[in-house]
Design a protein around this ligand. Structure first.
Ligand code: ZN
Length: 537
């Protein structure tokens, strides 16, 4: 039995490999057009790219060729960035050429170097300032005169505390003032003027990847999502080991894409990542996480940046994964996420547990990112952020009374009533104000946590750290190894009859996965380094 299963799996690996090669023989352009409904691939031409690379027909030809070879079917052509306004003639000509070549075309604006400087971040403006508000209005009127859809790159915030802002703030907190201000300026200076110039105009607010600080800098994901036509998500986790850009867990892209996907619902479009501080492995992990999180589109920022430094090698690798990414999008689409509820209430403070969700996701705990603390869940993970919910203590009591296993951080434990401590279904995770220290937990330390939280889900999972597990619907799951070594893991099912695991997808295309059944309901897995596998069962 064991032997025959092994052979079947080895055969499956071979078949998959040839299938992937066969698909690659077909042009990515044709494949991308056939798969648009599942996953669209887009890129951005920054205002500077428009000036430097799209101002001649030869430059446009090269850009179209690059896009077609990369499966890109949607071009965002930007009219403003860093104080520079691209020329109308160049923008319109590029727009028309891309349309004629069969692309979807949208506009983009990056609100950097707009007007009066913020006292905080460099190149960010003070939007209390009236002339700056007028300037932003002109910038969006200009974009809307040429494009029916306009993305705003993730600098649409302010942290200014100048004397004008202080005066205008009155008795409000800075969070309240900045969120109110950005919501109002979005409505009055972006959305209304854009729609006045172009009745078709739809504006996308793209939220940055730094979700813990949204409210601190004036991004209000509830009110702004309600105001805007669409939302997008920054999923640029880059290389965790990179000194300048790093220190992020790859799971962050998945967490934020799912979390905002839940908040935005049908308004949520795609995820956006870049090549900065990445190498091939970490670059494509961003794409996989974005698609695993059910993004309808992924944007490769940006054409100019992808032509230099690590860009070309990253794109070359990505091209090999694109057929698999289309398949992945179809595998996860329409399947409700299963697992451990991991609520982050909007505008909640992280205190000393910044991005703890991302690190917990790296521990093989299949999280269900959500905005609301709910009690009708099978298992839950609650960090200090949950304090934002005024009913937290009661909700926790309800969950424990229902024998729902709940993992809380040591930070949250300190803030809860002592009466809740000691419940056998309440587990405390030692974060010690250092969320990234969770990546040092040993397999033996992780096992009891996983056993307890996964039991109500009917599965068992055992693996080293940095191996993530995802549960989609009732018959699909994914395992991703983020380690540079081959790992062994085991996966068990309580359900009878014991399911058969069918390998639906492996990335990278030369990744290797073995699944050996060694006893009823239990599978031993071996995954090559930095490999994602999806099983149907
Ligand atoms: Zn100010």
């Amino acid at each position: 039995m064991k032997q025959s299963y092994l052979i079947k799996c080895a055969a499956a690996v071979v078949v998959l490999f040839f299938a992937a090669s066969g698909v690659r023989a077909q042009s990515l352009w044709d494949l991308a057009n056939q798969n648009k409904a599942a996953l669209m691939i887009s890129t951005l031409f920054s205002a500077q790219d428009v000036r430097d690379r799209l101002s001649s027909d030869q430059g446009i030809d090269q850009a179209i060729d690059w896009c077609k070879k990369t499966g890109v079917t949607h071009a965002f052509i930007e009219s403003f960035r860093d104080g520079y306004t691209a020329e109308k003639k160049a923008l319109e000509h590029a727009r028309d050429r891309f349309r004629e070549a069969g692309f979807d075309v949208s506009g983009c604006v990056t609100t950097t170097k707009v007007g009066k400087d913020s006292t905080g971040w460099t190149n960010i403006a003070c939007y209390t300032d009236e002339p700056t508000q007028k300037r932003i209005q002109e910038i969006f009127e200009y974009a809307a005169s040429m494009f029916d859809e306009i993305m705003i790159d993730d600098f649409w915030f302010t942290d200014c505390q100048c004397s004008d802002c202080r005066k205008a703030r009155g008795d409000k907190s800075w969070v309240e003032y900045h969120c109110d201000l950005m919501t109002r300026v979005s409505r009055d200076r972006v959305l209304a003027p854009a729609r006045a110039v172009n009745k078709q105009a739809k504006v996308i607010i793209k939220y940055p990847q730094w979700y813990e600080d949204f409210h601190n800098r004036g991004y209000d994901v509830v009110r702004e999502t309600a105001e805007f036509d669409r939302i997008w998500v920054g999923t640029e986790t880059r290389d965790p080991d990179n000194e300048r850009w790093g220190k992020k867990a790859q799971y962050e892209a998945y967490y934020i894409m799912r979390w905002l996907g839940g908040i935005g619902g049908a308004k949520c479009g795609g995820g956006w990542f870049d090549p900065f501080g990445t190498h091939e492995d970490t670059y494509v992990e961003q794409a996989r996480q974005t698609v695993l999180a059910d993004a309808k589109e992924m944007l490769l920022f940006c054409y100019g940046a992808l032509l230099r430094d690590t860009g070309p090698a990253n794109v070359e690798r990505l091209r090999t994964e694109i057929p698999g990414l289309f398949q992945l999008a179809k595998l996860v689409r329409g399947k409700p996420l299963k697992g451990i509820a991991a609520p982050k209430p909007p505008n909640s403070d992280a205190f000393d547990e910044q991005y703890v969700y991302d690190f917990v996701g790296m521990l093989g705990l299949p999280l269900v990112p959500t905005a609301e603390v709910r009690t009708d869940v099978k298992a839950a993970f609650l960090p200090v952020h949950a304090m934002k919910d005024p009913q937290l203590a009661d909700k926790l009591k309800t969950m424990l009374a229902a024998k729902t296993p709940v993992l809380i951080t040591d930070g949250l434990a300190k803030k809860l009533p002592a009466s809740l401590a000691g419940d056998e279904n309440l587990l405390v995770l030692k974060v010690g104000e250092k969320p990234n220290s969770l990546l040092d937990l040993a397999r033996e330390e992780l096992k009891p946590i996983r056993d307890k939280l996964l039991a109500p889900l009917g599965i068992r999972f055992d693996a080293p750290n940095r191996v993530a597990l995802y549960l989609f619907g009732d018959h699909c799951l994914a395992v991703e190894n983020f380690n540079d070594e081959t790992i062994g893991a085991s996966l068990g099912f309580q359900a009878l009859p014991v399911p058969t695991l069918k390998q639906a997808l492996v990335l990278p295309v030369n990744g290797s996965v073995l699944a050996l059944s060694y006893e009823a309901g239990q599978f031993e897995l071996r995954l090559s380094p930095r490999t994602l596998v999806v099983f149907e069962y």
